[in-house]
Design a protein around this ligand. Structure first.
Ligand SMILES: [Zn+2]
Length: 462
């Protein structure tokens, strides 16, 4: 969609050309859409039209909050959080709505209302005192833009149920509403509570932290701290109820929900390296950086014995986060890779343990084996993992790219059982398997840990 489209005659809808916008959250594609003579700005990342329910933020312009850093409202924090969430998913859209200043009353009236609020009125009373509606925003252009982008079924990032209703009335199917938790500040807490009491905005979740894996019962910050403090090999994988990580066409956006992805980014922020197989880079072109939470990017490791990964892939072409490109002794890699890439030869027929030793020779800290299914399975089957976070999403794919698969045992008595803990990540269920004595020792005794009837070592599956 790089062409400029105009509806014949009226030019009611004009799409501008696409360019790129590097931001602190990642590089978005940016373009304008002029609808009924009002120009809106649209940021996209990834391929939202290829997602069944892409994450979308329809953000109302707010000069004071978005550009000037005002704490009078929460717009700036919401904009920032929305871009972070969308970038973390890797696919999504932010529609920045012009003409929505002050919930549609315009900048001058908004500043007039501010003056009334300084004298004690709340945000709704001030608008009414000026003879203005509580909310004058119109979302027709947003709905048209989403349809033009091929995204009429979405997950909407908002705490405002009215925005969902407005878009639904305009024909957008809001399959899910994803809350945007933003910090309340002393300067805006009265404003936010007025929006909740008088404009039906969501109250904070029972426990705001309950949405985040940091404070889940039986599962706490100690997990991440343990990864930072020790030299573990940990794997993370999200699969469907029937054990697939993508459909048979390779579509993997998205098996698990945003909370699981936040969990994944939190793991990334606490390990020294993140390792993926060549097929994952070829299929998904991941960034492997930390975006959903604060933290330092791990060194990226691409396990690519035959040097199949294209040099145009994000990990090989985009720094500054370093990438180790692990290739076979015979492989012939392109020399045209970024300065952030170090090419390392693997010993022939390297086992997962050999690969870990090579990585450990380069970078300290825990190693996260992030995918795909084959790579994680081979490390699991080889007994090379200390811990596995396996998230199961309540979805059936039926047929597709398998998650955990390895040559199993013939009898149940020899199947791989280890101590585990479970925790809910939004709609998904994450099971944390403690696969080594070290992982068990690093995990504080907790009522959440369940001992299986018999504990087999991972090696016994070989
Ligand atoms: Zn604002």
């Amino acid at each position: 969609m790089t062409s400029t489209r105009t509806s014949t005659g009226s030019q009611r809808f004009v799409a501008g050309p696409v360019s790129s916008l590097p931001t602190k959250h990642g590089t978005f594609a940016i373009r304008s859409f002029t609808v009924a003579a009002v120009t809106h700005t649209v940021l996209t990342i990834g391929e939202p039209a290829e997602c069944a329910r892409p994450l979308v933020r329809v953000h109302s312009e707010c000069l004071t909050g978005d550009a000037l850093g005002s704490f009078r409202c929460d717009c700036g924090d919401q904009l920032d959080a929305a871009l972070a969430e969308i970038a973390a998913e890797g696919h999504g859209i932010l529609v920045y709505m012009s003409g929505h200043e002050g919930r549609g009353i315009g900048l001058a009236a908004k500043l007039q209302a501010y003056a009334l609020q300084d004298d004690g009125m709340d945000t709704v009373a001030a608008n009414r005192a000026l003879g203005l509606p509580d909310d004058a925003r119109d979302y027709t252009a947003a709905a048209e833009i989403l349809r033009e982008l091929g995204c009429s079924r979405i997950r909407l990032l908002t705490s405002n149920p009215s925005k969902q209703l407005a878009l639904e009335e305009l024909g957008i199917d809001v399959a899910d509403r994803v809350r945007l938790p933003v910090p309340e500040r002393p300067e805006n807490s009265a404003y936010i509570s007025s929006k909740r009491q008088r404009m039906n905005h969501d109250a904070p979740p029972e426990s705001d932290a309950g949405q985040s894996p940091v404070n889940l019962s039986g599962f706490g910050e100690d997990i991440y701290a343990s990864l930072a403090a020790n030299q573990e090999v940990v794997a993370q994988l999200a699969q469907s109820q029937d054990g697939f990580i993508a459909t048979r066409t390779g579509d993997a956006c998205f098996v698990s929900g945003t909370t699981d992805r936040t969990h994944l980014h939190r793991i990334r922020a606490h390990v020294g390296t993140v390792l993926v197989g060549a097929q994952t880079v070829i299929a998904d072109d991941p960034q492997l950086t930390v975006r959903a939470v604060p933290g330092t990017d791990p060194v990226r490791v691409v396990l690519d014995p035959h040097a199949r990964v294209p040099v145009t892939s994000t990990v090989l072409s985009t720094g500054p986060t370093p990438t180790l490109w692990l290739i076979g002794a015979e492989a012939a890699p392109s020399s045209h890779v970024g300065g952030h890439v170090r090419v390392i030869r693997l010993p022939s027929s390297a086992s997962p343990q050999d690969i870990i030793a090579v990585v450990r020779g380069q970078v300290a800290g825990s190693v996260l084996v992030e995918g795909g299914g084959r790579t994680v399975s081979s490390f699991l089957a080889a007994g090379a993992l200390d811990r596995l976070f396996l998230t199961t999403a309540p979805v059936f794919i039926g047929d597709g790219v398998p998650g955990i698969r390895f040559q199993g045992s013939e009898v149940m008595a020899q199947a791989l059982r280890t101590p585990f803990r479970r925790f809910e990540l939004g709609e998904d269920m994450c099971t944390e398997y403690l696969l080594s004595q070290a992982a068990v020792a690093h995990s504080q005794p907790s009522p959440g840990v369940q001992e299986p009837a018999s504990v087999e070592s991972p090696q016994s599956t070989q």
